[in-house]
Design a protein around this ligand. Sequence first.
Ligand code: DC
Length: 244
Amino acid sequence: MIVTIDGPAGAGKSSVARKLADSLGFAFLDTGAMYRCVTLQCLERGVDLNDAGRVVEIARQCEIEFRDKGVFANGVDVTDAIRDVAVSSSIKLIADNTEVRELMVKAQQMWAIGKDAVTEGRDQGTVVFPAAECKIFLTASAEERAARRCRQLHAMNKEADYEAILAAQRERDHHDTSRPVGGLVAATDATHVNTDCLSEEQVLDRLIAIVRSKQEVPNSVERSNPYPNDLSKQGEPEVGNGVA
Ligand code: DC
């Protein structure tokens, strides 16, 4: 079974998606980490991020692996490096690149073959796994997400300007939703969960209940072919563009 979790930045997707996967005994795919790996590789090699063709070359050569809870790019542990502010502030040029997206989508579909998995991102229920058995769209208001970010920063003894964080949040939302390919949008058959007044534990309980309810419904889609869109066109992942 494939469970997709999409939603805006700061809605708490990553942490709850990982916990959901652990609770279900499913594999977990953090697709944002993949775009982050490509961004980091570009920055490390001094690639002009506006040079779309060169960025695609880097993406093609980027072998991404998820080992335990760590992320490796071309054999190097980049788990922390991909969370760097420099990566976050440059990533839109990579995530907006249509060819990079095609490579990532293909790698994500290949990774999922034969797996029970929770995948998390922006386009999982719409573009990557349109026939997923369970789709969740996780949201929270921009105000709540900004307030949570402030609390996280305060907990780390860092300064937090609520208005600035809220403005940045709105800007990111606008960018994520207006991306022409793979833009953030809820799949029509996704179950919406608003986390505004819920603790992480409550969100997790709700998600588990949603997955369980879908597991009880017999699915007409063949387990071995949940990607009706274009899997027939897909061969083995190209060298240097796999995700393991
Ligand atoms: O979820 P995240 O913050 O780690 O994602 C990093 C960036 O990657 C974010 O700006 C949106 C983009 N992204 C995307 O375009 N498609 C995905 N499936 C996942 C992330």
